[in-house]
Ligand binder design. Sequence first.
Ligand code: SF4
Length: 294
Amino acid sequence: MFYRRPMSTVDLAAPEVGPTVEEPAWSLSPSRALDFKNCALLYRFRVIDKLPEPPSIDAARGTVIHAVLEKLFDLAAEQRTIHAALELTEPQWRELLADDEELAALVAEAPGGLPALLQSTGELLDSYFALEDPRRLEPAEREVLVEMALPSGVHLKGFVDRLDRSAAGDLRVVDYKSGKSPHEAYEGKALFQLRFYALVLWRSTGVLPRLLRLYYLSDREILDYAPDAADLEALERQVEAIAAAIVRARETGDWRYKQSKLCDWCAHQAICPAFGGTPPPLPEQVELPDAVDR
Ligand code: SF4
């Protein structure tokens, strides 16, 4: 099932097929599934305790890039130039900063302030234009929410950056990353998110996406992957296992921590037992939410 944002202007040609999705008991996005896989306690902190995390300039820059690349395709094809993208950048940054005082303070203290961020955002947009000419394509969807229900009842949900449909009806799932491409050994993890979307699209529309594409803007790399049915079936089993483990953790209250390199970026070290901290008591009612984040 697709939930289109009002600004989405182009419909997928394929009809929606498959069973009607009933009111979900709870939902899982690729990011939260990966959180649980990496560290159940991190999932708990983010999803059950809903603990705030400090803003990050890199994440904010990524948000701006995504918004600019989405809005770029509102323009007529011949107007989708780097100049037009740069013109969209400053209003997008200002909108983000107006909504988030903490981020605004962080930016004010960062070396070079907003002008330096406009510069670095522009460099990443330059990279995008080096990888792709947006005048030569018409996306089928942008920032579209896709959703399906697994047999166990959990709903898989996520926002796809862009969907392209060829004249022959083939689907390409596109995601923009403002960071660097991963080492070969970590490509599988990087592709988890897009394989997750491919599974949802396949199960909800009957169309198996032909290609998954990641644009890495920091080092101007493209990662392509062609999924097949066996691959997505294996992913479905894996996601069902993660969902079942989350339900078990909810029932037992056993949200185990797992240390890894990711701890270096974890905002919750101070309350994590791995670092001598104590987690807050669990809420009386542990709810698994239906909300989905981006
Ligand atoms: S610091 Fe590491 S082990 Fe602790 S919650 Fe964060 S990711 Fe998990």
